[in-house]
Design a protein around this ligand. Structure first.
Ligand code: SAM
Length: 269
């Protein structure tokens, strides 16, 4: 499929998640709910044909955008010459470097196929961001904001909610995109918490992965090969990770010590 807009025609690239927003009420709502100010250092991910770019420009003409598609990057440079355009893969961006003069307000209708890597990249660079307001596949938005004991609650929800306040903002039906995707979308916001709830974020990430390794299994079954569980009560060990709130998982993590390599059962090193 080819799309033509303001004298620029492109062949739509499905693998770049190119579904362009056509409703300016939605872009206005995204910017309003993001809390973005004209003084913020804004980073837009995937401007495409500029649906959101146009709205951000009403706030401030000077901000940064990153776009992987060469033709679209050139389009944005022509239409919005004051925008600092980075033609690159967002996953290769050095966010700390971009934020060296102040934390970033991130905005974007992001490509569906790389939503999770983008979220983890933002999570890792959380000290460099004020907030991120992102449109994504509806089902992923539900997973990010899920509560315990629901089928959507898992590693993604726990990781994000441990370090950020995550809010589901609103649903966006598939009909407002061109070409129309097969799924609905939603807008979420994530705002890093001022204090990290754990000292070692990498070890915590590993713990969450291990605790949820087999969702239907108890903490005892998922954790016993990797951690010394002697500080936990038998009642706690009978629970499943999916039943615990984020704060309870953080508290649990603080009581555990990983087993030394030599203490782990064969095949679990
Ligand atoms: N913001 C526009 C809108 O709302 O209409 C376009 C959104 S479209 C869902 C996603 C955009 O991200 C496309 O312009 C696509 O080319 C761009 N994109 C895809 N993968 C990317 C990547 N890895 N890095 C940067 N931009 C990417």
């Amino acid at each position: 499929m080819r799309i033509e807009y303001k004298h620029t025609e492109i062949a739509v690239k499905k693998k770049l998640g190119q579904n362009f927003l056509t409703d300016s009420n939605i872009t206005r709502k995204i910017i309003a709910l993001s809390g973005a100010l004209s003084t913020d250092r804004i980073l837009e991910i995937g401007p495409g044909f500029g649906a959101l770019t146009k709205e951000i420009s009403t706030l401030t003409p000077h901000f940064t955008a990153v776009e992987k598609d060469r033709a679209l990057a050139a389009f944005i440079c022509r239409q919005y010459p004051t925008v600092q355009m980075i033609e690159a893969d967002v996953l290769d961006l050095d966010l700390e470097e971009l934020a060296k003069e102040g934390p970033l307000r991130v905005l974007g209708n992001i490509p569906y196929s790389i939503t999770t890597p983008i979220l983890f990249k933002l999570l890792e660079a959380r000290h460099s961001i004020l907030s991120a307001t992102l449109m994504m596949q509806h089902e992923v938005a539900l997973r990010l904001t899920a509560k315990p004991s629901t089928k959507e609650y898992g590693i993604l929800a726990v990781q994000l909610q441990s370090f950020c306040d995550v809010r589901y903002l609103f649903k966006v039906g598939r009909k407002v995109f061109k070409p129309q995707p097969n799924v609905d979308s939603a807008v979420i916001s994530m705002t890093p918490k001022p204090e990290s709830p754990v000292e070692n974020a990498l070890a915590y990430r590993q713990f969450v992965r291990t605790a949820f390794h087999q969702r239907r299994k108890t903490l005892l079954n998922n954790l016993r090969d990797s951690y010394d569980l002697s500080a936990l009560t038998p009642e706690t060990l009978k629970l499943r990770a999916e039943a615990l709130k984020v704060e309870e998982l953080i508290a649990l993590f603080s009581q555990l010590h990983p087993l030394e390599e030599k203490e782990r059962p064969a095949g679990k090193k």
